[in-house]
Design a protein around this ligand. Structure first.
Ligand code: GPK
Length: 838
């Protein structure tokens, strides 16, 4: 049956070495065996999904061998480990990455070709693992890749959501959310039914004095939910190190359901208990940069923190070391405040269960944790109501009060004159109801707090954590500028560019040390290199154009300037500024003579991104983009000069097609609001230029690539406060061009104006909080500069190549080394043997 599907075209490749032929045969046999036995399918009706499954299982077998060895090696050497706690891991697809890291992708490609399939089609059968919202979750995924690639002994801990981030459909120009049930077939996870932890909720605390007169607290009663571990192998690139991502799934503690209830006829309620337990890990909260204080979310957080800490402590205790050694063996990084409960939980384990004194326990806790802040937006800072806390986690609330008491006593001693300070820095906000400020708890319970880009790390010290800089001194605060993994975001997403770079740099070493890219600058004037670089960009645009045609029905000219903004839809990210700019361009084109139109460079404005289901303004932005596209794309006067596209369901695997295809991408947040941004790095690394504000990592990108290679515009973060003030208290007038845009909307040029009125009034009536009107002029002017620059293709190309060559700093490998050195104090552990995977 295999032979009947064999294509002659792949036969030439068989002229390779006998060893290669052997590996090919073995791999192919493994794929076939999995299809026939593991999946119980006949090769006669083997479709792409079966080919994917067989290939995935064959590679999984290889990963598992390295994974077991890595874990054995780490258990034996027992070095200090890193635990990365994140409620989100936006992993995307695993097969391509597994093939790259195992190092047999070419052989596998030949193998599946021989079975009658194209590797691209096989790869695209896989569903994204989309257990995250946006940048924060994708950062966690890049970090896991780097940790393994650099041989750090590290574990990720998260939740195994049954439903990942929803799938987005656009129906009549509006976003509709479809549940993402992704677990039908997931060969990349291993259930560990033997690794379970009982997690307690509710109940009450009983205090008594033991025989030595010591106060003892017992957390009693309440209800128990069971956490079950699911493990996913995380392979490193060109190393046998394969780390573990452990995701917890919830189920009823009493097994399937309560038999007693079941037998006594309470069938429904016994199933109900089971369902209630399973609800905890059922669904990812779909908010980005927003916290809504829901009880189930707090339950998720405690469930995951408690299970992870139990696991970490159990591993430590096997070593029989003294407790004071704990911070020398364990570094726990908190990805935002979501895992902050791990702090009172560790304190509880140490004092209530292990019998340590408060001070000794607290010093261990502080040395163990590090906290990464990802936003200064007030609506994103987590606060939990004290009554809710009291109900769900009574013992933890007491511990938090005790932490707060010790902390406030310290502050009082050191700042006796600043009486207001105590109220400002207290973990408990004296509101109605009282609230627990999780960011303060995370900061107080950690030895280091870091921001994710220089500007952001400076801002947290002057805004949300200002008082804490006085209290602890500046050394508690650090910056680790974000990065991205070049394996996925260059090699995998853009194989031709990766190959071109390798051909000039003498191999793929740059994928392990991205700073080697600087050697490309030598070739910036090399005719052949330039030509190939340009051809690759064109091919990537062609691929995206094809995808746009398939998914939206709109034909776009692949020679047009592709202008892309893909990210979560948020007012602070200012997709509304972009679409207002597009409308302004449309109106300008309509007003031009045919001669003038001929001089204009054709453009395709591409948008993509999800709006949180409850974020009405963000959904309105999407519908405006779609409405503008509807009009512009069908206007005969405009033709190729402007197309407006909204790409449905932006996710990691789509980003891998979109990112390599930009000429310009947009990173245009109101200055001081985007902590870092990471797609900005991805686009530049793939040979696109960017238009951006002086915000987040744009600033460092500019420093690295040179300000002649980036299109910056807009007000600076230090002016934002005054500008906002002027909107509220001054008499502010919207300037002419933007008013023209608003008039067009209000005249109904894009359909019923009422649909979009909130977008207009947020600027003209409600204080323009995101400073759209303040930046509009400079935004439009900068786009004119871009048009002009794009006309000169040679200079443009020079900018692109130079920028790529200077992007070495933004590898997540560099980030991870910085965390390891300045925050975790951990060393890599070399794998015992490379097992042929290098
Ligand atoms: C920050 F606070 C949050 C959040 O809830 N979700 C999220 O994705 C992002 N982020 C920032 O908005 C980005 O600027 C940053 O690059 C990313 O986290 C990673 O640090």
């Amino acid at each position: 049956p295999v032979h009947s599907r064999r294509k002659t075209s792949s036969r030439q490749a068989f002229t390779a070495t006998p060893f290669r032929l052997l590996v090919l045969t073995i791999l192919q046999n493994e794929v076939v065996r999995h299809i026939e036995t593991t999946l119980a399918r006949s090769l006669f009706n083997c479709d792409e999904s079966a080919a994917y499954a067989g290939t995935a299982l064959a590679f999984r077998d290889r990963l598992v061998i390295d994974w077991n060895k890595t874990q054995q090696n780490q258990t034996f050497a027992d070095p200090k480990r890193v635990y990365y706690l994140s409620l989100e891991f936006l992993m995307g697809r695993a097969l391509d990455n597994a093939m790259l890291n195992v190092g047999l992708k070419d052989v596998a490609k030949e193998g599946v070709q021989d079975l009658g399939f194209r590797m691209e089609d096989v790869i695209s059968q896989e569903r994204d693992a989309a257990l995250g919202n946006g940048g924060l979750g994708r950062l966690a995924a890049c970090f896991l890749d780097s940790l393994a690639s650099l041989n750090y002994p590290a574990w990720g801990y998260g939740l195994r959501y049954r439903y990942g981030i929803f799938k987005q459909e656009i129906v009549d120009g509006y976003q509709v959310e479809i549940p993402d049930y992704w677990l039908d077939f997931n060969p990349w996870e291993f259930p560990r039914h033997d690794i379970t932890v009982d997690i307690q909720f509710y109940g009450n605390v009983r205090k008594y004095q033991d025989e030595n007169g010591k106060q003892v607290s017992v957390w009693e009663e309440g209800e128990i939910v069971q956490a079950v571990a699911y493990d996913c192998p995380i392979p490193g690139y060109q190393t046998a190190t394969t780390n573990n991502l452990r995701l917890w799934s919830s189920k009823a503690a009493s097994g399937e359901f309560d038999f007693q209830k079941f037998n006594s006829g309470e069938y429904e309620s016994s199933v109900g208990d089971q369902q209630r337990a399973e609800t905890i890990s059922a669904v990812l909260y779909p908010n980005d940069n927003l916290e809504r204080g829901k009880e189930l979310r707090l339950k998720q957080q405690y469930f995951w923190c408690a299970a992870s800490l139990y696991d970490i402590v159990r591993r430590f205790k096997k070593s029989k070391k003294a407790w004071r050694e704990f911070p020398n063996q364990v570094a726990i990084q908190l990805n935002d405040t979501h895992p902050t409960l791990a702090i009172p939980e560790l304190q509880r384990i140490l004092i209530d269960q292990e019998g340590l004194e408060w001070d000794e326990a607290w010093s261990i806790v502080q040395k163990t944790f590090g906290y990464t802040n990802h936003t200064v937006l007030p609506e994103a800072l987590e606060k939990w109501s004290v009554p809710l806390f009291q109900h769900l986690l009574p013992r933890h609330l007491q511990i938090i009060y005790d932490i707060n008491m010790h902390f406030l006593q310290y502050v009082e001693r050191n700042f006796p004159k600043d009486r207001d300070m105590l109220g400002r820095v207290s973990i408990i906000e004296e509101s109605q109801p009282k609230m627990v400020r999780m960011a303060y708890l995370a900061l107080i319970g950690s030895h280091k707090v870091n921001g994710v880009a220089e500007l952001h790390s400076d801002l947290i010290k002057t805004t949300i954590f200002k008082d804490f800089v006085k209290i602890y001194g500046p050394d508690k605060f650090a910056n680790v500028t974000n990065g991205i993994t070049p394996r996925r975001w260059l090699h995998q997403a853009n194989p031709r560019l990766s190959e071109l770079v390798a051909s000039k740099l003498g191999g793929y070493d740059y994928l392990k040390d991205l700073t080697l890219l600087h050697k490309l600058e030598k070739y910036v004037d090399d005719k052949d290199f330039r030509k190939e670089f340009q051809e690759i960009k064109y091919a990537n645009k062609l691929r995206l154009a094809k995808y746009i045609k398939e998914s939206t029905g709109v034909s776009v000219n692949p020679s047009a300037l592709f202008d892309i903004q893909v990210k979560r839809i948020h007012e602070y990210k200012r997709q509304q500024l972009n679409i207002f700019g597009v409308i302004q361009r449309y109106l300008a084109i309509k007003a031009m003579s045919p001669e003038e139109r001929k001089k204009l460079a054709p453009r395709v404005s591409i948008f993509g991104g999800k709006a949180a289901p409850g974020y009405w303004m963000a959904k309105t932005i999407i519908s405006l983009v779609c409405a503008v596209g509807e009009v512009v794309n069908n206007d005969k006067d405009v033709g190729d000069l402007l197309k407006v596209i909204f790409l449905e369901d932006y996710n990691v695997s789509k980003a891998e097609i979109i990112v390599p295809a930009s000429d310009i991408s947009e990173h245009i947040s109101t200055a001081g609001t985007e902590a870092s941004g990471t797609s900005n790095m991805k686009f530049v690394l793939n040979g696109g230029l960017i238009i951006g504000t002086c915000d987040g990592a744009n600033i460092e990108i500019t420093r690295e690539i040179g300000d002649e290679n980036i299109f910056l515009f807009g007000n600076l973060s230090e002016d934002v406060e005054d500008l906002r003030h002027a909107h509220v208290y001054g008499n502010y007038e919207v300037n002419g061009d933007l008013q023209g845009v608003f008039n067009a909307i209000q005249q109904g040029k894009f359909g019923d104006a009422n649909r979009f009125s909130a977008l207009v009034s947020s600027v003209v009536e409600h204080g323009d909080y995101y400073l759209v009107s303040d930046d509009f002029d400079s935004y439009i002017k900068t786009h004119a500069v871009i048009d002009e620059a794009y006309r000169d293709q040679e200079t443009w190309l020079t900018k692109c190549i130079t920028s790529v060559a200077r992007m070495g700093f933004f590898s997540s490998d560099r980030c991870i080394d910085e965390y390891a050195e300045t925050i975790w104090n951990v060393e890599p552990l070399k794998p015992k043997e490379t097992n042929g995977s290098a």
